[in-house]
Design a protein around this ligand. Structure first.
Ligand code: NOJ
Length: 532
């Protein structure tokens, strides 16, 4: 129990000090005062003796100066105002309106948290948390109603200018995700991310953001979690049958190309004038072998390459291109299934070069861990599941949260970061999301335990293992529209009361905890002693 000793000292110190004050303020006899002064003195002596002489003072768990703490949101999840002032229709507007049964509580983001109308209020909430970074996304159809750059919606530019200016006024660094799943429907009708032209559309859209916001925004992320939106049907890729081993790979291919192209444009045309850094946000649930068997170990490593390496290897590895294991497995399976060429598209040599190294940092979304087991090979259908060929298991012993996919496994965070360090030569990492869901309610001690546990694991990874992590962003600032789970899963440090006309935001206990971490850079010695 590394940090107990200073805590015990503090307790002795505090008790003695309080007792002393209690006595003096009641004007009690001098002898009593002396007695308490004695206790006070003995307490100090105890601390010096036990802690210093016996070398038992552990350094408190603190992040060094300059380490960033932040919070994150995304446009469709918080903004509302889905059809005001020239905004176009996104795929989430269409899905939630036309097929509400696909959303757990049949809800939508029409109003969401009303953040479109609450710029000042939301920035004040961020400010009160004491964090220095706010990651948010721009709604593509709010800027370009049908996704194409010939028609700019000036109100979209005005709105994000307002957000950025208010953040800067409050000394909060804005960090923009260019694409966080709310694709303009018009582009989906053209095939969405399975359409190779999407890379050009993304370049033109990004250019407008750099032109308008680049003078003040210095942290950019092209895509949020391509694994999620290329694999899950309805999310953002195309009308993608879940787990398709054809459309998912096409989507991924165009997304990676688009990322590289946006980065190179930024690097060549904008960075020399306006500075700034650009990365991509990739999700990574740690994949731990189910057993010590060589098969399970190989299965876990294969899964890591298929799920994280798919997007990271072309950008962050020394060789570039898809992970070799992914290339060989999909090529082989495609051949066996009778395809004339691989279902996994190929980059040209020029593209490999253009994409390799196209990031200044890696944005990491990490929430949880899975156990991975080898399963008998099944090559009957061209699915990505059959290509990976593993079973993913959630250990029943791991504490659960409000989301079935998310259990609390802090040690997986450290393993994730160490794997990245090894695989990609210790890249600069910004943790762009980490968090857990609960139901509604302000008492969220479980969330505090979650954040505290994950931050300790992160601290070990940084200061004991040397992983190059520059900041941590909690997901999310406040409750919001959790995609197909609607408003049923709450990730917020602030609770949003969806019944109140004002969509009142109220800090949860975890907001107080996180404020103290962000303001001091240190984790409390013990959660039991926290005064919330
Ligand atoms: C991933 C996504 O980026 C975000 O939109 C989502 O709400 C959280 N994780 C929680 O599931």
């Amino acid at each position: 129990m590394g940090n107990r000793r200073p805590l015990t000292c503090l307790w002795y110190y505090k008790t003695a000090f309080c007792a002393y004050h209690l006595v003096t303020s009641h004007n009690t006899m001098n002898s009593t005062m002396c007695q308490f002064s004695g206790v006070f003195f003995l307490a100090l002596l105890y601390c010096v003796n036990a802690s210093v002489l016996n070398n038992e003072i552990d350094s408190p768990v603190c992040f060094k100066d300059g380490f960033l703490f932040g919070v994150a949101t995304a446009a469709y999840q918080i903004e509302g105002a889905w059809n005001v002032s020239g905004k176009g229709v996104s795929i989430w507007d269409k899905l939630t309106h036309e097929e509400p049964e696909k959303i757990f509580d049949h809800s939508n983001g029409d109003i969401a948290d009303g953040s479109y109308y609450k710029v000042k209020e939301d920035v004040r909430l961020i400010k009160e948390l004491g964090v220095s970074l706010y990651r948010f996304s721009v709604s593509w159809p709010r800027i370009l109603p049908n996704g194409l750059s010939y028609k700019i919606n000036e109100d979209g530019i005005r709105y994000y200018n307002e957000v950025i200016d208010e953040l800067i006024r409050n000394n909060i660094t804005p960090a923009i995700t260019i694409f966080h799943w709310d694709l303009p429907q018009y582009l989906r009708d053209m095939g969405g991310w399975t359409n190779a032209l999407m890379a050009d559309f993304m370049v033109e859209y990004s250019r407008i953001l750099f032109e308008n916001f680049g003078d003040r925004v210095k942290i950019w992320m092209t895509f949020n979690e391509p694994l999620t939106f290329c694999q899950l049907s309805d999310y953002a890729g195309a009308d993608n049958p879940e787990g398709s081993g054809i459309k998912s790979y096409l989507c991924g291919h165009n997304v990676i190309r688009a990322h590289g192209m946006v980065y190179r444009m930024f690097e060549e045309e904008y960075r020399p004038k306006i500075g700034g850094e650009m990365g991509i946000v990739i999700s990574y649930a740690w994949e731990e072998p189910y057993s010590d068997s060589e098969e399970d170990k190989a299965a876990a490593e294969r899964a890591r390459n298929f799920q994280f390496g798919w997007f990271a290897h072309p950008i962050f590895s020394e060789a570039g291109d898809y992970p070799p294991i992914m290339r060989s497995v999909v090529d082989k399976n495609s051949k066996e299934q009778g395809f004339p060429s691989s279902r996994l598209p190929s980059f040209t040599p020029g593209e490999v070069k253009m994409i390799k190294g196209s990031a200044d940092f890696l944005g990491l979304n990490h929430y949880t861990t899975r156990l991975v087991q080898q399963v008998p090979k099944n090559n009957s259908n061209p699915t990505s599941e059959n290509d990976i060929n593993v079973k993913q298991i959630i250990d029943e012993k791991w504490p659960k949260t409000g989301s079935s996919w998310l259990s609390v496994v802090p040690w997986g965070f450290r393993k994730t970061l160490n794997w990245l360090k090894l695989a990609y030569n210790n890249p600069k990492i910004l943790v762009t999301e980490n968090g857990m869901s609960t139901g509604p309610g302000l008492d969220d001690k479980k969330r505090i335990e979650y954040i505290d546990g994950y931050l300790r694991s992160l601290h070990d990874a940084v200061y004991e293992d040397g992983c190059n992590v520059v900041g941590y962003t909690y997901w999310s600032l406040m409750d919001n529209f959790e995609w197909k789970r609607g408003y049923s899963e709450r990730f917020g440090l602030y609770e949003v009361d969806y019944e109140s006309p004002n969509l009142t935001r109220t800090p949860r206990l975890s907001a107080k905890y996180y404020t103290s971490v962000a303001k001091t850079g240190c984790l409390p010695d013990s959660l039991a002693d926290l005064e919330l």
